[in-house]
Design a protein around this ligand. Sequence first.
Ligand code: NBG
Length: 803
Amino acid sequence: MKKIIYKKIKKYRREKMNKNKFMESYIENLQRITLKNFAETSDKDRYFALCDTIMELINQEWRNCKNRTRRSRKAYYFSAEFLVGRSLGNNLINLGIYDEVKEILSEIDIDFESIENFEDDAALGNGGLGRLAACFMDSAATQKLDMYGYGVRYREGLFKQKIENGFQVEGGDHWIKDGDGWSIRVESDSKIVKFRDQTVKAVPYDMPMLGFENEQVNTLRLWQAEPFEEFDFSYFNNFQYDKAVEEKNRAEDITRVLYPNDMQREGRVLRLKQQYFFCSASIQDMVSKYKRYFDHDLQFEDFSKYHIIQLNDTHPIIAIPELIRVLVDENGIEFKRAVEITKNTFAFTNHTVLQEALESWPKDIMLEVCPRCFEIIKKLNENLVKEFKEKGLSEEAIDPYRIIRFDQVRMANLAIVMSKSVNGVAKLHTQILKDDTFKNWYKLMPEKFNNKTNGITPRRWLVYSNIKLSNFITEKLGSDDWKYDLTKLKGLEKYLDDEKTLEEINQIKFENKKDLAKYILENEGISINPNSIFDIQVKRIHEYKRQHLNLLHIINLYHKLKKNPDMDFYPTTFILGGKAAPGYFRAKAIIKLANEIARVINNDEEVNDKIKVVFVNNYRVSYGEKLFPAADISEQISTAGKEASGTGNMKFMLNGALTLGTYDGANIEIFENAGVENNYLFGAKVEELNEIYDSYNPKEFYYKNEDIKDAVDTLLSGELNDNDSYMFLDIYNCLINPQGGEKADTYFVLKDFEDYKKTHEKINKEYSDRLTWARKSLKNIANAGYFSSDRTILEYAKDIWKL
Ligand code: NBG
């Protein structure tokens, strides 16, 4: 393993923070923004006044950072998603004044928790990909790396999920309806973005990204679309009010919603518009600043010396032709030169091997949105083909490399040709990119390919969300250096055989489980027993993540307990959660199934002191903060080869849960680091699945294995009710009775069922040895250091960005 050098951080605690001054300016802000007397103010007022006070506190440092880095080499993280979540608590933690502010507020009788709960999650992302971007922002600032984030300020974040009668119902998530305490609108940096049929204004909103207890404040710049002209006065004058605001609406539509599609291709014009919108604004921003601060270099000789753009998946790839466009059309640079500059400026991260998520755009849509970019791409494609032909490749041999084929622009190909680096997000994933997904490219340019295993920020996912464990670790290690060098957790291993420590670990977990039980009772109306095993699977709902494997197992287990009530069994609470893309019928069917199973089991008095099932509503970052600390078992059960990395798995591990997982994504590295014997590995490996791919017949498993047959048959037996939605039939069919040319059980649910069941039985048995369990838990915590996003971001900085 490569040695990572963590930057020596100058500790910057506001130990001498002037409490009186803080309180004074807080109350002043509160009264100024509300015009009310203190006693009359609401939680909402109090929350926003606190945001203001903190923003004032960091203003100076933020400006210093901006000034200092004007002429430095910076990394630019281009991402259509930044799943930030809430900022208040995290900012206070990073400022090192969390306890102090809580104390100040309590002196004036303000309950911190109630104003903290006032904050809506900034849900500007779908899942792992967006949350990774947010963790990277935290880590870059903490490691004092000059990294700038560019993205979209969606007015409606991801939809809010409600469960009605067991079905997912989507509602709007207007997260900034009450205001936005953490952004500054920088009107003067607005840019004009031109589409073929429309011209809009891109207005930047800057969010401060605070390093942990240092003075670094990086910027996340999110663009909002607004009309170029507010409204057409001539229409207004003629009493055509609707027409007058039409342009305004059309412009605002561009950044109105985040596409709630996790891994499915969304082929709509508006989606490409969004991508082009934020990429164009960001590229213009970078180029105009370059011209301002490097005014001697009108030929852009040094542009790539000062800029490296990391493309977060395929969504921002349109930035490549856009940079060429701006250089050539607006700055008179020769095309060939512009291509050279661009090639040295971009790096590309792939986040999935699922074909449906590798974007490609039909020519006509591109022509409709950004015709000049299409022209540029066409030229790049011609040059590429020419180059290959000169090397003697046949037309056929060139096919896999073409950027445009059958009038489709293949974005990943564009990114690979035009980037200096291509990376995957876990060891296995990168290997699959080399061997399979991008194998042709890898043969041609192996030097470009590299791996950067994902990570998570320990500040949000432990220091902030699991205060008890965090304090415990500091006490045991005698220092809190681990908060910015997570590998220091290794020091906990000296307590592996210390009974007292192990008991404390169990006690902390128990306290966290009680907190979660209380929260679940309040929010879901279900009472759960904190003494039972908390077995949790939270993530987006997708067939490859196999929540239905989990559910089929629960069905079978339920039947066994019914048949044999005295069976030796440790009470277990199965918790699931996650959103389904609104158009993804089968994922919604899985949600209905989870809720239906929960209804039946939780109402069955014969078993409900042994098993409970909870489907948590509206799973999001702030819910996760309550779930991870309370988990005993982390379910990571994707079909081997399909989950690029996973990052929830790391959050669970860091909080002491044991992983029940397949040999997939970063699970593999978790097993490597914490020891497979301290976790629960099950299921077929990629090589085996590849081998049996063509011959696999799930029916064999169905007929041979009684438990499988029992679980699968229950989908249609009438015991579970899908309210005539045909949803359970759909799940049944996809497993053993495929329709319309679909392959049966594509994700090998039935193949892995038996092993999954046996592994559950093992867990259930082993859990009662509480000390051995705690030891395994501690092993996981102590070896979670590798999964800090500090490590990941430093690898990017060193290997790709050369910062
Ligand atoms: C997701 C993968 C996860 C991975 C995150 C972050 C997409 C396209 N990919 O396995 O499914 O952890 O990216 O890399 O959302």
